[in-house]
Design a protein around this ligand. Structure first.
Ligand code: ZN
Length: 299
């Protein structure tokens, strides 16, 4: 490019950016739009995006084996979803608690089942990063509880990574609590990688690993990431909900098997020590508050 055309090009770019800022300011959507698809194409490096899938109203600490005096704050939750972008494909980890079709996505908040709240749809958050649900290579959920499965049907064209024990309870005819089968029924016919209480190296290079972690539910699992800059990271699913479960050794009253949870937690502590991984308690609001949110990312 010669000097004149470089200058013209620069002017064109500045004008375009200015117009874009004006346009999106008018729509009140600058951050998402400015981050647009171009900014988010896979860079050849592993990336983790933290998405907003809602909040959960205050609950009785007794549900988590704690008294009000033992917790440092009201037991409210954040419910994130996570997108992992790898050079070989993508993985959506946990898919929210209110289905997109029930969220107006106009800034108003929906409340379902009395406590599950959401303001934003998941699909537009993916679109802002340049992805459509049908483009997502893999779907995995930490477990079947209703606050993790709301948009699972949206990913029926992805390959579903699930533990056999979790699959069995998800499609069991028995009365099962905290379950919304309608939200994931389309996964029944999806391509599937079924694990038998086992870990799974998603892209085959050791950077994205599903870790079996039974107890909270029969086939509960976690996600381990080896991020170049951030370092090793463990997304713990609902192995813990509030930090005091960890410090005071408490298990939620609604866990599938408390002894199994404790055995898993012990194994996870060893794993954290071996790897030096950071543990994120997914539902913990102070943890979430400290995180970079999409379109920012961890790499
Ligand atoms: Zn949960």
């Amino acid at each position: 490019m010669n000097h004149k055309s470089a200058v013209l090009h620069a002017i064109h770019c500045v004008r375009r950016a200015a117009l874009h800022i004006l346009a999106c300011a008018a729509m009140g959507a600058c951050v998402a739009a400015a981050a647009g698809p171009a900014a988010a194409k896979p860079s050849g490096e592993l990336r983790l995006y933290v998405l907003d899938c809602g909040t959960i109203s205050a609950m009785d600490p007794a549900l988590f084996g704690l008294t009000a005096g033992e917790v440092s704050r009201e037991v409210t939750f954040i419910t994130p979803c996570y997108l992992i972008v790898h050079p070989k494909g993508t993985l959506i980890w946990d898919v929210g608690q209110v289905p997109d079709q029930d969220v107006p996505d106009d800034g108003t908040e929906v409340v379902q089942q009395g406590i599950l709240k959401a303001k934003r749809r998941l699909a537009p958050q993916l679109a802002a990063l340049g992805f459509k649900p049908k483009d997502i290579t893999y779907i995995a959920m930490s477990h079947y509880h209703a606050d993790h499965t709301a948009n699972a049907n949206m990913f029926a064209r992805s390959t579903w990574i699930v533990q056999q024990a979790e699959y069995d309870i998800m499609f069991s005819d028995a009365q099962v609590g905290i379950r919304m089968p309608d939200t994931y029924k389309d996964l029944k016919t999806a391509r599937r990688i079924t694990l038998n209480n086992a870990d799974h190296d998603v892209f085959g290079d050791g950077t994205v690993i599903i870790k079996t972690a039974p107890g909270h539910t029969p086939g509960h699992q976690m996600l381990f990431l080896k991020l170049k800059k951030f370092g090793p990271l463990l997304l713990a699913g609902d192995l813990y909900h509030v930090p005091e479960e960890r410090t005071l050794d408490r298990v939620p009253t609604f866990d599938f098997d408390a002894a199994m949870t404790r055995a898993t937690r012990k194994r996870v502590d060893q794993f954290l020590e071996q790897t030096g991984a950071t543990l994120w308690i997914q539902h913990d609001p102070p943890t979430y508050a400290s995180l970079k949110k999409a379109p920012q990312f961890y790499d």
